[in-house]
Design a protein around this ligand. Structure first.
Ligand code: SF4
Length: 468
C-alpha cells in the first residue's frame, strides 16, 4: 500500500489504486478488503456490546507499512506491510449502528498505522480523515508516516487544523492545554526522520498557502501535534527483545487491558511483562461467540500505574491488579501452564510499575497521600504475593513433570522473574516499614527499576548502603 496520491473526501479518480479481482475478495494495494459488519456475524447482541464497550484498540489495517526496526508490538517473523484493511462502507454502517456503544477514546491503531488506511468505497477513495468523520469522538492518533503516506499526512493535518479553527470559535469548548481535538503523535527514528521532516515542512507550507491564522498554526503545533524521537531510549521489547535483560524493565508497551479489533481478528489483549516468550508484553485470547463473557477484560487504562504524576490520585489502588473480566471474575487462561506464566508475567509487570510510580513519591505527593499509597500498596502487595507464590509453585511442579527442555527453560525463566520482583518489592516495603524516610524509600524504588540479573546477588548489601 505505497500509493502516493491525494486522498480525502472521496476522490473520484481511482486510476492510481490498483484493484485486483480475486475470487470473492476484492483486493487493492493495501491487501484484503474486510467487511467489519460481517466480522461480527455469529456474536450475540450482548457479546457485541461487551466487545465494543471494552474495546482498547481498533486497527483500520492489518499490520503496518512503517517497518520500524524497533517495533514494540511486532514479533520476529510477523508479516511486515499491510495485509488487509476494513472496507470503508462497512465502517460507515458499523459506526452508524454502534457509534454510541463503541468506547469513546478508543485508539484507531495498535499494531498498525492510521496513515496506511486507504479504501475504495461507493463514493470514491477514502482515507483516515473520512473515518474520523464517522466517529462521535476525537481520537488520539499515532503514526510514523509510513512510506507512501506523506501526502495523506498533509491531508490529515489540514483536517485537524480545520477542526481546530472551528473549535476556536466555539465558546463552550475548553481551549489551550485542555483542548480535546483530534491529536496526532508522529514517531521519528533513524529510518524515517527525513520523511517525517519533509512531511512536516510540506504541512507548514500548505498551512501558509491556505492562509491559516498564526494563532491556529501555533495551537496546532502546541496542542494537536506531538513529536516523539525514537532514535534514543529504545525499549528492548518487541523486535528488540533479544537485547533485554532477564529481569530489568518488566514493563509492557501496552497501554490498556481490553479488546482489539483488527481486519483479521477480534481478541482480548492484556498486558504482561515482556520476555523472550512474550516479546510484545501482551497475552492475546481470540474471542468467539460463547467465550466473550469469560475472556473479555474490563477495559482498563493501565499506563497511569507507572506514573508518579498519577500515583497520588490512585492511592486507594496504587498497584495494578490481575485482570478482571466483564463477568467480574479474575481472568484465568484455560491451559494451567499458560495461566501460571501469565500470572507471573502480570505480577512482575505490576511490581515494576509500582516501583517506577513511587520513584518520586516524595515529590509527587503530600505526606498523607504518600503514606496512603505505601499502606494500600502494601496490602495489594500481600495479595499479589500469594498469587505469585502459587503460580511459581505451579511452575516448579511443571518443571518436575515435563521432559521437554524448552518448556522447562520457560518455566525456570518465569520462576526467576517472579522471585526477582518479589525480592525487590519485599526490600522496598521492608525499608518503608522499618522507618526509612520516604525520600530514601523512593530512591531505593528508583534504583530497583534499573536492577539487572547480574545485580541480584549483591542486592541486600546495595540497599543497605543506599539506606545508609
Ligand atoms: S512502531 Fe508503529 S509504525 Fe512502526 S512498525 Fe510498529 S506499528 Fe508500525
Amino acid at each position: 500500500m505505497n500509493e502516493n496520491i491525494e486522498f480525502g473526501g472521496g476522490n473520484e479518480n481511482e486510476d492510481d489504486v490498483p484493484i485486483i479481482e480475486k475470487g470473492n475478495h476484492r483486493e487493492i494495494a493495501s491487501g484484503m478488503v474486510i467487511n467489519v459488519m460481517e466480522q461480527l456475524v455469529g456474536f450475540g447482541e450482548e457479546e457485541v456490546r461487551l466487545i465494543l464497550e471494552n474495546i482498547g484498540g481498533f486497527q483500520l489495517t492489518e499490520n503496518c507499512n512503517g517497518g520500524c526496526y524497533f517495533c514494540a508490538l511486532t514479533k520476529k517473523g510477523d508479516p511486515r506491510g499491510v495485509t488487509a484493511h476494513y472496507d470503508y462502507d462497512s465502517l460507515a454502517e458499523f459506526f452508524s449502528n454502534y457509534g454510541e456503544v463503541f468506547r469513546h477514546g478508543t485508539l484507531l491503531s495498535s499494531q498498525s498505522d492510521v496513515l496506511d488506511y486507504a479504501s475504495c468505497s461507493k463514493g470514491g477513495k477514502r482515507d483516515i480523515t473520512d473515518v474520523l468523520r464517522l466517529l462521535d469522538y476525537r481520537p488520539f492518533l499515532a503514526t510514523s508516516i509510513p512510506p507512501g503516506s506523506e501526502k495523506r499526512f498533509v491531508v490529515l493535518a489540514k483536517y485537524i487544523m480545520d477542526e481546530n479553527i472551528a473549535d476556536l470559535k466555539n465558546p463552550d469548548l475548553p481551549q489551550g492545554w485542555k483542548y480535546q481535538g483530534t491529536r496526532v503523535r508522529v514517531s521519528s527514528g533513524i529510518q524515517n526522520k527525513d520523511r517525517v521532516q519533509a512531511a512536516i515542512e510540506d504541512t507548514l507550507k500548505e498551512f501558509e498557502a491556505a492562509g491559516y491564522p498564526e494563532i491556529a498554526v501555533g495551537n496546532f503545533r502546541k496542542y494537536c501535534l506531538g513529536m516523539v524521537d525514537r532514535t534514543q531510549n529504545l525499549k528492548p521489547i518487541g523486535l528488540l527483545i533479544e537485547k533485554a535483560d532477564k529481569v530489568n524493565r518488566a514493563n509492557s508497551f501496552v497501554a490498556n487491558d481490553g479488546v482489539i479489533m483488527t481486519p483479521e481478528s477480534i481478541y482480548a489483549r492484556v498486558a504482561v511483562a515482556p520476555t523472550i516468550y512474550e516479546p510484545t508484553g501482551e497475552v492475546k485470547i481470540p474471542l468467539k461467540s460463547g467465550n466473550v463473557a469469560d475472556f473479555t477484560p474490563k477495559y482498563k487504562y493501565i499506563s497511569r500505574y507507572d506514573s508518579h504524576a498519577d500515583i497520588g490520585t490512585m492511592k486507594d489502588e496504587p498497584m495494578l491488579d490481575l485482570v478482571k473480566t466483564v463477568s467480574d471474575s479474575y481472568l484465568e487462561l484455560p491451559d494451567k501452564k499458560e495461566n501460571a506464566v501469565f500470572v507471573i508475567g502480570r505480577v512482575a509487570m505490576s511490581f515494576y510499575r509500582f516501583m517506577q510510580a513511587i520513584s518520586f513519591l516524595d515529590y509527587a505527593c503530600n505526606p498523607t497521600d504518600a503514606a496512603a499509597v505505601m499502606e494500600n500498596g502494601h496490602k495489594q502487595f500481600l495479595v499479589l504475593k500469594d498469587k505469585l507464590g502459587m503460580a511459581m509453585e505451579d511452575c516448579s511442579r511443571f518443571v518436575e513433570e515435563t521432559d521437554d527442555q524448552i518448556e522447562c527453560q520457560k518455566f525456570e525463566h518465569y520462576r526467576f522473574l517472579g522471585s526477582a520482583y518479589l525480592r525487590e518489592l519485599e526490600l522496598i516495603f521492608k525499608s518503608y516499614k522499618g522507618g526509612a524516610p520516604l525520600a530514601k524509600v523512593s530512591r531505593v524504588a528508583h534504583m530497583m527499576t534499573y536492577v539487572k540479573k547480574s545485580d541480584l546477588d549483591g542486592l541486600d548489601e546495595f540497599i543497605g548502603k543506599l539506606l545508609g
